[in-house]
Design a protein around this ligand. Structure first.
Ligand code: SF4
Length: 324
């Protein structure tokens, strides 16, 4: 029991060690994409149309909706002459062509690190190489990368088993690229299979996984092994957030929950936890972390330790069409 300022007694809260991973949350590509929508709204006025969720987070999307952004799945939903923004995940070339045909003023918020992968694909294709894309089928980034080239130019593989089964047209003329938000460890395994089977394969030094995905996974590994449970803030359709849950469990956390906000915490699963790890995917805003800390404080006597792995100082410029 402990005394309150008004002199009444209340039960003391159980002690909780909270380990917060750093870096966590917004990456430079997400910050840039959100900024592009905000600047477009300020410059052109509402409505501004956004194809697909600009980043995979409903709180971000809802805030931009409240400012006048209209989210669409199909370009046909935007009237001719409207401003349309493509999401951070990138789009197939046919989408930009379709937008031009429909007389839409389109603005590309594709993360520059995704555009870099598109450039690698173009380069290998021009050099006559068959391309293997390591990624998850159906993810918008993968759809966008596949759509940079003709249909048979890129073969998608998802697992080490796929890599072991893959039969190239010419083993001397192949290259690999990858989605930017994969598991660093799983991808290394897939790349190792490809390099062992096809010593001539071309590709990036390790993979195309971006700095933000890598840093968030490495930072989480440092705290997950000491954590009874890990909370990962992120959306179920956010690839890098889902990977963080897998990373936590593999690194030794006894449990891991993917939550969109503090309201999603499964408290019953935290009953025996004395040490909780906390992180956030690259599309989760900081205030959601604050919300989780506040929710934990309401039930526990919380001591916070932040485990800083590396400092990030990456900033991407916005396109000139919205900059001025
Ligand atoms: S997660 Fe990586 S690739 Fe995706 S938007 Fe962020 S920096 Fe760009």
């Amino acid at each position: 029991m402990e005394s309150r300022e008004d002199g009444k007694w209340e039960p003391s809260k159980p002690f909780l060690q909270l380990l917060i991973a750093s870096p966590r949350g917004f990456c430079a590509g997400v910050e840039r994409a959100i900024r592009i929508v905000e600047l477009a709204l300020a410059k052109f006025g509402a409505p501004v149309y956004v194809r697909h969720e600009i980043v995979h987070n409903r709180f971000v999307v809802d805030r931009l909706k409240s400012l006048g952004a209209v989210f669409i799945d199909d370009l046909a939903q935007a009237p001719a002459g409207a401003h349309v923004i493509f999401s951070a995940h990138g789009v197939a070339k046919s989408v930009a062509e379709d937008a031009t045909t429909r007389a839409l003023a389109w603005i590309d918020a594709t993360c520059p690190l995704v555009s870099k992968v598109h450039g690698e694909a173009e380069h290998h294709h021009r050099a006559g190489r068959q391309i293997v894309l390591i990624g998850h089928r159906g993810h918008p980034e993968v759809e966008g990368t596949l759509g940079q080239l003709p249909p048979d130019a890129i073969t998608l593989i998802e697992t080490a088993e796929d890599a072991a089964r893959f039969t190239p047209r010419d083993p001397e003329r192949i290259a690999f690229i990858s989605q930017t938000t994969l598991s660093v460890d799983d991808t290394a395994e897939i790349v190792a299979v490809l390099r062992r089977r096809f010593p001539q394969i071309r590709g990036p030094r390790r993979d195309d996984i971006c700095y933000a995905t890598t840093n968030r996974q490495e930072a989480l590994k440092r705290i997950a092994g000491q954590s009874d449970a890990v909370l990962v803030l992120g959306a179920p359709n956010s690839s890098n957030s889902v990977r963080l849950v897998e990373v936590a469990l593999r690194a030794g956390a006894r449990g891991a929950q993917l939550i969109q906000s503090a309201a999603d915490i499964a408290w019953a699963k935290l009953r025996d936890a004395r040490v909780i790890g906390l992180t956030a995917g690259a599309s989760a805003p900081d205030y959601l972390i604050d919300g989780v800390i506040a929710a934990l404080r309401s039930r526990y006597d919380v001591d916070i330790r932040e485990a800083q792995n590396v400092r990030e100082a990456v900033i991407f410029n916005v396109p000139r069409s919205v900059a001025s």
